[in-house]
Design a protein around this ligand. Sequence first.
Ligand code: TXA
Ligand code: MG
Length: 346
Amino acid sequence: MKIIDVRNKNKKEVRELLLPAVRTIKNGNLVVFPTETVYGLGADCFNPSAVNKIFLVKNRPYNNPLIVHISKISEIEKVAIDIPQFVHRIIKTFWPGPLSMVLKKHPKIPYIVTSGLDTVCVRLPEDYIARTFISLCNTPIAAPSANIFTRVSATDIEHIKKDFSYCKEIEYVIYSGRTKYGIESTIIDCTVYPVKVLRYGALEVEKIKRLLKENIEEPKRFFYNLKLKKSPGLFKKHYSPIKPSFLVKNLIKFCSSLSKNVLQKITFVCSDTTKNKLIKKFGTKLPIIHYGDKPKEIAKNLYLCLTLAEDMNTEKIFIEPPKKLTGLGKTIMDRIVKATGNKWLK
Ligand code: TXA
Ligand code: MG
């Protein structure tokens, strides 16, 4: 796994640096590349053996379809057919950006990409490096997040190395620093109308709602997608750290009932405000990892915080849920619920 560092490079230098990784894709191998949400593990979407390597190295079940990434709007024609008119309005407003859309699949997209479904999930990333890379590859790129199946998605290089440093199939990692949003794209099903939210993500659903004049259906509960046939890959326990992790609504109150000895065996993942309160009450000895206060900060830091929490010398992880369940708050809650398997301590 060689690292191509594209930080602080001009456009011409970037294009040159990317060439070996582009050859890798053409040869049917895998490349990790940045997007504005999380890092992706990419293969040529029209090459089934290359796509199969993604499933092998991630240990990903075949019933979990992949997102196909394109580099410009017109490329959607290579990937999807019968695109409804309202989708063009969505594209005009939100692409390029952290929004993936499920559409009717083009017959040429191999079934390994879509897990046998007749639909395909498409995304045009806003990240400049991602789009330059896909465009140089001259083919849409099938890519899940660059992490082992069920583990936290990668937002930085240490994260990628942790999961894949010994993996021979990944020839290159294109590295451009920490990802901008730190959490995956929002996924909507556009084969139905009103459209359906399949996964909360970096684009706030409220924004899509305004554009579609409310013609969007949100999941009723956080485990909405468990039984939904259309998204076989949206599993209950996902995005999870290795250690037992729990949601704790009121950390300060809950911790007051625990002995110092017990407290020191726990890593706390919480807001900056709660961190300050914990320190005031219990001193500076507690292992605390703070994710910020504003939803944007929390989304960006959450996966990093969870990976750091895994590495701490403690037995369990206690995670504080977001205060507000609107906008990115829903996305953050969705991921924390999945990280803990919806285990609450009250
Ligand atoms: O931000 C992102 O979306 C990142 C970056 C790399 O683009 N990708 C990502 O991919 O999160 P992944 O594989 O970790 O999640 C893709 C989700 C899966 O849960 C899968 O079930 C769903 O997209 N999906 C893909 N194709 C689908 C389809 N045809 N119908 C319904 N759901 C689909
Ligand atoms: Mg993933």
